[in-house]
Design a protein around this ligand. Structure first.
Ligand code: HEM
Length: 221
């Protein structure tokens, strides 16, 4: 089958498969979920997510009127409010004054904002990379965080991972993939979106690398 005959949802998954494996097995994620880094690493990671989702969600009103991006703007995906509850629990009521974006996070958020403003099809690559991932592997992170740091099950501290308004994530993901398959842009533009998907994964990996440098795992010497 030529590339253009393959559904776009399959193409974007294949285009980022290798990078997904790298992200999943990054030393920061492995060490944090393995219990080697302590809750400070989870706090710092969650604050980075807040900057990323603020960038993803702050232009939803405008994107909801864009012919290409509109079908992807679904209020049940919104994560900013959930992250704010998590941060209040993890850092206390003054959390906003205490957080800062890592350089890699600032660069990632800036790229998302640029796409949201100037290139809605490119924005979809970022939307896909985060939300479809959160609906999938995010559940592994939630389970580990609840156990490791004694956080209330599906409660404050892990609300980011709980999509209260999505009763059937598998069905939601199927619908989401259908939206990707129905994108009404030409082949050249689809290829640019695939490139942006790879870039989105690379931006995530860069955040993990900076988190790993800040939270080096204690390894036997
Ligand atoms: C603990 C780390 C991770 C685990 C265990 C994990 C696990 C998974 C699993 C099991 C799926 C397949 C779900 C399915 O086919 O329905 C998946 C899909 C996905 N993950 Fe991850 N993941 C992790 C990290 C990440 C990261 C860091 C990103 C990017 C920021 C990401 C983005 C995605 C995307 C976009 C998909 C959807 C692939 C597709 O079907 O098109 N994941 N993940």
């Amino acid at each position: 089958m030529s590339d253009t005959a393959v559904p776009f949802s399959t193409r974007i998954r294949s285009a980022t498969e290798q990078q997904h494996a790298e992200a999943e097995n990054s030393s920061f994620i492995t060490d944090m979920l393995g219990g080697g880094l302590g809750i400070a690493s989870y706090r710092r990671y969650t604050t980075q997510l807040w900057f990323i989702y603020r960038a993803l969600e702050s232009r939803w009103d405008a994107l909801a009127n864009d012919p290409v991006a509109a079908p992807f703007i679904r209020p049940e995906l919104a994560r900013t409010a959930a992250l704010e509850r998590d941060l209040a629990h993890l850092l206390g009521p003054r959390w906003r004054a205490d957080i800062a974006a890592l350089p890699a996070t600032a660069a990632y958020a800036a790229r998302i904002e640029e796409c949201a403003r100037d290139w809605p099809a490119g924005y979809i690559a970022h939307h896909y990379t985060r939300y479809l991932g959160d609906l999938s592997g995010g559940q592994v992170i939630r389970g580990a965080a609840e156990k490791l740091w004694d956080l209330p099950r599906r409660g404050d501290g892990v609300r980011f991972y709980v999509f209260e308004d999505i009763a059937n994530p598998a069905a939601f993901k199927r619908e989401y993939r259908a939206l990707l398959d129905e994108l009404t842009v030409d082949e050249l533009e689809l290829r640019r979106v695939l490139d942006e998907g790879r870039r989105a994964f690379a931006l995530n990996t860069a955040v993990f690398a900076e988190l790993a440098a800040e939270f080096p795992a204690r390894r036997p010497s």
